[in-house]
Design a protein around this ligand. Structure first.
Ligand code: SF4
Ligand code: ZN
Ligand code: ZN
Length: 319
């Protein structure tokens, strides 16, 4: 039986790309060290920072919250969890439950933003009325809520659970369509823009999806394992991920080399230059009205950005 490269106990995982095998305890330690190294190397979190970790209820969120929780005393930062309930039937109910259990298990504060309760429509209802794909509406809502929460709750950064597989596949997809300005956003840290956009960090930048899954499993962290019903297995994103997996099989560690290169060179890609403030809510927009205010104005006759900002600022005043 294969043995752990560190202690010689039976190994539970063989990491070909790292040429190492680990028992459960040393695998957990390996993932935590790897994330801590990325946090330091890319200067993601500083002492006394306030960090909001956006959690969906899935395995990557569990890993993100679980590791940040263990690092918060060592580095000395404050950690708050944010969950956005998208109102997507059973999937959202179970994801919310998992997020509540995760926060409880780690003893962390959890802020929940319920899309249906706050905006009057769930994501599928909004998509239907706007005649757009659920994922496109969902992306606009999630990005806006995370940014508004970050700004209003006074966060130094908002952390998301994107892993190396996610980042590599998004970057390749954007490259295929030559959306080069979107590739530049896939770096480990996107700096804040005045009071328009909060700083965003990706602590799982060099963690493989499989490692993230195994970490949350071995630590028995609560997470919901089903995919969102709107995620399509025949989508381009899925096929690109499969392609990268094939590459990795043949050339172990190529995914990590690829995302590390992206971290170094990502800032060379063109940027969207003119960042303006939305005339309704005052947050980041490209044309004077942000996408969130535009879609909610179409749905509800008045833009919902200011109301969302007020919601989070009230939470801050009560905390
Ligand atoms: Fe949102 Fe689409 Fe992801 Fe579902 S699959 S959570 S709708 S972005
Ligand atoms: Zn061991
Ligand atoms: Zn706005």
């Amino acid at each position: 039986m294969a043995k752990c490269s560190i202690c010689g106990k039976p190994a539970v995982v063989d990491l070909r790309y790292a040429r190492r095998r680990f028992c459960a305890e040393h695998f957990i330690e390996f993932v935590e060290r790897k994330i801590e190294r990325s946090i330091k190397e890319y200067k993601m979190i500083g002492k006394r920072d306030r960090v909001i970790a956006a959690i969906s209820g899935g395995k990557d969120s569990a890993t993100l919250a679980g590791v940040l929780d263990r690092l918060r005393d060592r580095i000395g930062f404050e950690l708050i969890l944010l969950h956005i309930d998208l109102g997507i039937s059973e999937y959202s109910r179970k994801s919310r439950e998992a997020s509540v259990r995760l926060a409880h298990r780690l003893g962390l504060e959890l802020v929940i933003f319920d899309v249906k309760e706050m905006l009057g429509y769930s994501i599928p209802e909004m998509a239907l009325r706007l005649r757009r794909r659920a994922c496109s509406v969902c992306g606009i809502v999630k990005r806006y809520v995370m940014n508004a929460a970050g700004i209003e709750l006074g966060a130094d950064s908002v952390a998301t659970g994107h892993n190396a597989d996610d980042i590599g596949s998004y970057a390749l997809k954007e490259f295929l369509f030559q959306n080069l300005e979107n590739i530049g956003k896939l770096v480990p840290v996107s700096e804040s823009i005045d009071n328009l956009a909060v700083r965003k960090i990706k602590p799982l930048y060099t963690v493989y999806e499989k490692e993230s899954f195994l970490y949350s499993l071995l630590r028995e962290l609560p997470y919901y394992h089903e995919e969102c019903p709107h995620a399509r297995l025949d989508s381009l994103d899925f096929t690109i991920k499969e392609f990268l997996n094939k590459l990795e099989e043949k050339f172990p560690s190529i995914k990590i080399q690829y995302v590390k290169m992206l971290a170094r060179k990502g800032s060379n890609y063109p940027k969207i230059v003119e960042a303006r403030s939305c005339r309704h809510c005052g947050l980041l927009s490209l044309g004077g009205e942000c996408s969130f205010c535009r879609i909610t104005r179409r749905l509800r006759k008045s833009p919902a950005g200011p109301m969302v900002r007020r919601y989070f600022s009230t939470l801050r005043n009560h905390s």
